[in-house]
Design a protein around this ligand. Structure first.
Ligand SMILES: [Zn+2]
Length: 267
């Protein structure tokens, strides 16, 4: 995955809008439209995952990991990773997610994202005494993490940010189901998915705790799975899957059918 070449021509070619970092809640809050030439990333070809680290200097972590200058095996911590069942354990965090929270759904060109409204009640996760506030949740298809290298249909990421900027993500494996789905997740996707760069004007009220399956989680320190691939992200991914009705999975995939970063081998 390392030492990919630089596609200089492409860097000046694209016009982009909305923060390109779908995993950074901080940047997601800037919903401004950029009309200047800006680098963008994708999941295909010359702007795809193999090249993210070469597209922009600030994104070099995507190829190299944090400690590139003194790389030794095991010092890279790029997500996603494959999980083995044995790694899952009882959550070591305290969840304060059981509240009605207001969101708005938008399509940022990389994913469908539900941002917490400014005046909404806030929910938190506390890890090792540190308080992280939920800023947004968004989705990938197929899943980014795998279990024994098997992908789920989708993966949900609840992005929580502490006051010092550190990030904790709670992840959910989501299966495509024909029968009963997770009700809260189903209601989130009961709203029309907006076109790229647009927001659905409806305020969507959800209790985030109702989307979590409970049980064991895979916990590890990894990275954002989109540029700039920042490391030291506290990951907690539930072992148990939740379901989303196949019609809603299909509706999501009409917009994003492969917005997942493949396993990097950089861990
Ligand atoms: Zn994500």
């Amino acid at each position: 995955m390392r030492n990919k070449f630089l596609y200089a021509g492409m860097i000046i070619a694209s016009v982009w809008f909305v923060g390109c970092n779908s995993d950074s809640a901080v940047q997601e809050e800037e919903h401004e439209v950029h009309t200047v030439h800006e680098v963008h990333f994708s999941y295909d070809g010359e702007t795809g995952p193999d090249y993210w680290g070469s597209l922009k200097e600030e994104w070099s972590t995507c190829n190299n990991g944090l400690e590139f200058t003194e790389v030794v095996e095991g010092e890279l911590h790029q997500s996603p990773v494959d999980f083995e069942t044995a790694m899952a354990a009882a959550p070591a965090y305290t969840l304060d997610y059981d509240k009605e929270v207001q969101f708005k759904m938008s399509n940022n060109g990389h994913t469908i994202i539900f941002n917490v409204e400014e005046n909404s009640p806030k929910v938190h996760v506390i890890i090792n005494g540190k308080d992280y506030e939920l800023k947004q949740f968004h989705f990938h298809s197929a899943s980014e993490h795998t279990q024994h290298e098997v992908h789920a249909a989708m993966e949900g990421h609840f992005v929580n940010v502490a006051e010092d900027g550190s990030i904790a993500v709670i992840g959910l494996f989501i299966d495509n189901v024909a029968g009963s789905e997770n009700e809260a997740l189903g209601s989130a996707f009961g709203f029309a998915i907006p076109e790229e760069g647009e927001e659905n004007p409806n305020v969507i009220t959800l209790n985030p705790s109702e989307m979590l399956p409970g049980g064991n989680v895979y916990s590890y320190s990894g990275s954002l799975t989109t540029p700039p691939c920042t490391e030291k992200v506290a990951w907690n991914v539930y072992e148990t899957h939740i379901g989303l009705h196949e019609d809603k999975v299909r509706a999501f995939q009409e917009h994003y059918d492969h917005n997942f970063r493949p396993l990097t081998g950089l861990y």
